[in-house]
Design a protein around this ligand. Structure first.
Ligand code: RB5
Length: 155
């Protein structure tokens, strides 16, 4: 069976946590695609949200993880892509719910707000929790539907 791929990226505020997350994913059964950044030089989080979003949209990855100082900028940027359902989480329960109810395909973490142990617990929950479907299916479909979602205002 081919491993599923998870893309990960961070800005300078999240680069250390990104390294820890990659290590923690080693035995998870997921292939990790590291899309940067790799150093402490200041970079712009929208650029990194975009490369992860594109890797999901073009089928290179099934899911993504984005890390910045607060997780807020990454989540705003990633959710500008209709195919992306990015969830900014703060603990295991919010992570489980974003998978079970929202079928989130991108996890956003705030490295300056979460301790490493909590962040890694969120990652574990994100890669192991399945979407429940059922009543949530229709709601999730509306998120990226041209007629039902905010993007309709641009038509
Ligand atoms: C970078 O200093 C910081 O603004 C960024 O990591 C993030 O928190 C933005 O939302």
């Amino acid at each position: 069976m081919t491993a599923k791929t998870i893309a990960i990226a961070a800005d300078h505020g999240g680069v250390e946590l990104k390294t820890e997350i990659i290590k923690s994913l080693a035995d998870s059964g997921w292939e990790v695609l590291d899309l940067g950044t790799d150093g402490s030089v200041s970079v712009d989080y929208p650029d990194f949200a975009k490369v992860v979003a594109k890797s999901i949209i073009n089928g290179q990855s099934e899911r993504g993880i984005l890390v910045c100082g607060s997780g807020i900028g990454m989540s705003i940027a990633a959710n500008r892509f209709p195919e992306i359902r990015a969830a900014l989480v703060h603990d295991r329960l919010s992570t489980e719910l974003c998978r079970q109810h929202n079928n989130a395909n991108v996890l956003c973490l705030g490295a300056r707000l979460l301790g490493d142990a909590t962040a890694l617990d969120c990652v574990k929950a994100f890669v192991t929790t399945e979407f429940e479907g059922g009543r949530h299916e229709r709601r999730v479909e509306k998120l990226s539907s041209v007629t039902d979602c905010f993007f309709a205002t641009r038509q």
